[in-house]
Design a protein around this ligand. Structure first.
Ligand code: HAM
Length: 418
């Protein structure tokens, strides 16, 4: 038997309903903040991620699904959305008109990672990006939107917040940090020793016990921020405080992508553990649009992972709407009429089904019960002759007589009274 590739998932109907619910809530939040949906390609020129995400990142170095097409062009399945969207903004000249730009997206992403709970090789992100909004209020509104998505799904979460400075103050900090770690090189894990020359800040979020102990004592970026970054960060913190967002300032939140400047944050599930607890992450990236050939237009955004939100959501939160009516025909003539009745009901927006298998009445009732129909109606010759039938509640067995032509009105009344 051919099996699905490692790290991918078949999302079966019950789980798919959860995803749909999450997506719908996230879309509602995005609309409340004035963001519009944007869609972009699943694969891009590999070069985009080298320049946009950064060639020093794990994503670009180890995790991309890169292939040559039939013309020999190097293409990559998107590992995330921020670089693609920045490309789309530049390519479509979206920055000419009404600023700031506010977009959201729901995309499948691909990363060659070691699969574990909350970490797969294909996953779905919901992301929001805001361009041309330099004020700390922009940081506050984007962080709030991420937090409100968790809140709408009744997930208790906290924002881990940090500033990683700008191109003026970060080099000073990086030099200090490198010096600190170089002096303790022999205590570092292999990965950190490797990373030290590439991106010393990533050492701060290593999960190895010895590296964690070193990170706790390492120089703090907050001591090196320039005046502008300091003011930006404290205004952001003040804004979050006033918005009632639960946050904690965490000097070791540095993010795994190269493009961030100033504010970075992660949304952490209070009850979660490991990778799955990190529901989402984001931050400001003021250089990317310029790097991709556009104007110097700052950006800030975040993405949350749908599978992680689904894991963190309380059970029963995403209730699937039950189908309203099962029409059980008795006999051939009734079966033909039942199909017509169902078509008419559907045209009025009522979800209904009839027999497609040729089952006995008893077996049809069993099917209707298992499938969670709210009501059943048995239609035989006498019902067709009288033009009347009985709607039977599957919950309590209550029966309501109705003209067949009045089924929609009667059902609406019954459902409203529940
Ligand atoms: P990221 O932290 O790499 O950031 O991913 C964001 C979220 O996507 C994660 O917090 C997680 O929920 C989900 N995610 C990432 N990798 C996986 C995986 N292998 N399996 C399941 N879920 C995963 C970004 O991608 C940035 N583009 C976010 C951003 C937007 N920054 C600014 N704007």
């Amino acid at each position: 038997m051919i099996q699905r590739p490692r790290g991918t998932a078949d999302i079966l109907p019950a789980e798919a309903a959860k995803y749909r619910y999450i997506e719908q809530k996230a879309r509602e939040i995005a609309a409340l903040y004035g963001f519009s949906e944007i869609r972009f390609p699943t694969f891009e020129s590999t070069e985009l991620f080298f320049r946009g995400v950064g060639d020093g990142t794990d994503i670009v170095q180890k995790e991309m699904y890169t292939f040559a097409d039939k013309e020999g062009r190097s293409l990559t399945l998107r590992p995330e959305g921020t670089a693609s969207l920045a490309r789309a903004v530049v390519e479509n000249g979206l920055y000419g008109g009404n600023m700031p730009l506010k977009y959201y997206y729901v995309i499948n992403c691909f990363r060659y990672e070691v699969p574990q709970s909350g970490r797969s090789r294909e996953f779905t992100q919901f992301g929001m990006e805001l361009y041309g909004a330099p004020l700390p209020a922009a940081d506050v509104s984007v962080i709030s939107a991420a937090y409100r998505i968790a809140e709408a799904l009744r997930i208790k979460a906290t924002v881990n917040l940090n500033s990683i400075g700008c191109r003026n103050c970060r080099p000073v900090y990086l030099a200090k940090l490198r010096e600190y770690y170089e002096a303790r090189r022999d205590r570092l894990c292999d990965t950190c020793r490797e990373r030290l020359g590439v991106n010393a800040m990533r050492l701060l979020d290593c999960k190895e016990p010895e590296c964690r102990a070193l990170a706790a004592e390492a120089p703090k970026i907050s001591d090196c921020l320039c005046d502008e970054c300091k003011a930006h960060f404290s205004a952001t913190v003040r804004g979050l405080e006033r918005a009632g967002i639960r946050y904690r300032i965490d000097p070791n939140t540095v993010r795994g992508l190269d493009y961030y400047t100033k504010t970075v944050f992660e949304l952490i599930a209070d009850d979660g553990s490991g990778a799955a607890a990190v529901l989402g992450g984001g931050g400001r990236y003021d250089g990317m649009i310029g790097e991709l050939g556009g104007p110097e237009l700052g950006g800030i955004g975040f993405a949350v992972g749908l599978s992680r939100l689904a894991l963190a959501m309380p059970d029963g939160e995403a209730k699937e709407e039950k189908p309203a009516l099962y029409v059980a025909p008795m006999g051939e003539r009734a079966a033909e009429e039942a199909a017509v009745i169902c078509e008419k009901l559907r045209s009025l927006g009522i979800a209904c089904e009839t027999d497609l298998v040729g089952r006995s009445l008893k077996a049809q009732m069993k099917y209707a019960d298992k499938s969670g129909f709210g009501y059943t109606a048995v239609i035989g010759d006498s019902e067709l002759d009288s033009g009347k039938c009985v709607l039977r509640s599957m919950a309590d067995g209550c029966e309501t007589e109705t003209a067949i032509s009045d089924i929609p009105d009667t059902l609406v009344k019954l459902l409203a009274a529940e």
